[in-house]
Write a protein that binds this ligand. Sequence first.
Ligand code: FE2
Length: 207
Amino acid sequence: MMTQDSLKEIKAEILEIVSKSLVPEDCAHAKNVLEWVLRLKPDADIALQLAALGHDIERAIPERRLNRNDYDDFDAFKRDHAENSARIIHELLHKYEIDEEIVTKVCHLIRHHEHGKENDTEAYVLNDADSLSFFDLNLPYYFERMGEAETFFRMQWGYRRLSERARTYLQNVTFEAEPLNDFLEQIKTSEHESSKCAVFQIFNSAS
Ligand SMILES: [Fe+2]
């Protein structure tokens, strides 16, 4: 059985680890993802809240962190990143008296935070919250570090994983760095065009 005190302790330990990340915005991102989770699902349970705070934890631990350059495929990298974070959170949670059911759920949500999980609304809430936070908070930092081509790719990847509902939050977003506004417009237009195309194909094959 978990008390409010141990819940506070777990959250503090996660944030303490994440605050040491070499990626300077990681701690703010963890808190921001939790805020987005609560905006998308105000009754988010303890497991979903802990998953929001700890989903990127592997990035904060240099000796366990995966290296993006070891992967040709960005999706494979993101899958392993999610799996690695789930493994670390599993170890961390077992230091506390916490129901196994909650541990299993936190790990499951983290494991699927990059791509969602079919028929699992909460996994998609975390997936949306993470991606919205990328646009809301991380993007200017990412742009400064990675440059235009990589940022465009990352924005497109992030936009594609957003649900229709989550995309509405990006309707009136603007960025200080002008190219980012342009990139977002291009991505929205091309996604809109390709979804029209997909509907057209379904319609055509049905007729
Ligand atoms: Fe994240």
